[in-house]
Write a protein that binds this ligand. Structure first.
Ligand SMILES: [Zn+2]
Length: 232
């Protein structure tokens, strides 16, 4: 035997069928970041490790293999966030979290991993405002990437913001007096939602699409907005 084994605490973020009965599973591990592994025979009736290949599964995985070619040999489930599927919008938001977690985990990031776990648990519990859960996750991801944004006050003069604001990569979130060239306008409703001052699904979805643009500008990571536009 020359095969190595690798233990990791991970979330399954994606799974695609492969061959007759296998699945190729994308896992994000706390310590490993993104990693892919095959779940052998998991599409067969009564397959023991089927759940290990289900997106949203969080567990202690044991993989065999090396150099990026791994097979799932064991998984002890910690949580499956099954409540997420109870509401279609929570489900879409959950899919967004998984997609974002994968894209933000090319390098391991325990901080982003924890933000994702927290968000999935909140979505599974049936939140009053699922958009606020997505917002908090995205703000947490920015913070983990060293690019915190505060939508409640101007990053230049410190004035409390009321109404619209502006964003630029150089200055962050600023008021209308401090705005420089090439800034992006953040309308009043979007700013209030992103500052945590107001809620609501309609403004929340639009605001989160805006926030995803800012994540792309600041971290260079493009999160799929499809899961949000599907909800409009
Ligand atoms: Zn200002």
């Amino acid at each position: 035997m020359t095969s190595d084994s690798l233990k990791l605490k991970a979330i399954a973020v994606r799974a695609v069928p492969y061959g007759e009965s296998d699945m190729i599973v994308t896992l994000v591990g706390v310590e490993t970041g993104k990693i892919t592994a095959t779940a052998k025979g998991c599409l067969k009736r009564g397959a023991k490790l089927r759940y290990a290949a289900e997106p949203f599964n969080f567990g202690d995985y044991v993989l065999a293999g090396r150099n990026g070619r791994y097979v799932i040999v064991e998984c002890s489930q910690i949580e499956n966030f099954s409540g997420i599927t109870a509401d279609i919008n929570c489900y879409y938001d959950g899919c967004l979290i998984l997609d974002a977690l994968a894209r933000l985990s090319e390098e391991p990031s325990p901080e982003v991993f924890l933000c994702a776990l927290k968000a999935l648990a909140a979505l599974a519990a049936g939140p009053d405002d699922p958009s606020a859960v997505v917002r908090d996750f995205l703000l947490g991801a920015l913070e983990a990437g060293g690019s915190s944004l505060d939508f409640s006050k101007c990053n230049v003069c410190g004035m409390l913001l009321d109404g619209e604001a502006y964003f630029s990569d150089a200055d962050g979130i600023v008021c209308k007096h401090c705005v420089g060239e090439h800034a992006i306008e953040i309308d009043a409703g979007t700013r209030a939602f992103l500052a945590g001052e107001s809620g609501g699904e309609t403004v929340g979805i639009r605001a989160n699409i805006r926030l995803i643009e800012l994540v792309y500008i600041m971290l260079g990571v493009k999160i799929n907005t499809r899961f949000l536009t599907e909800q409009i």
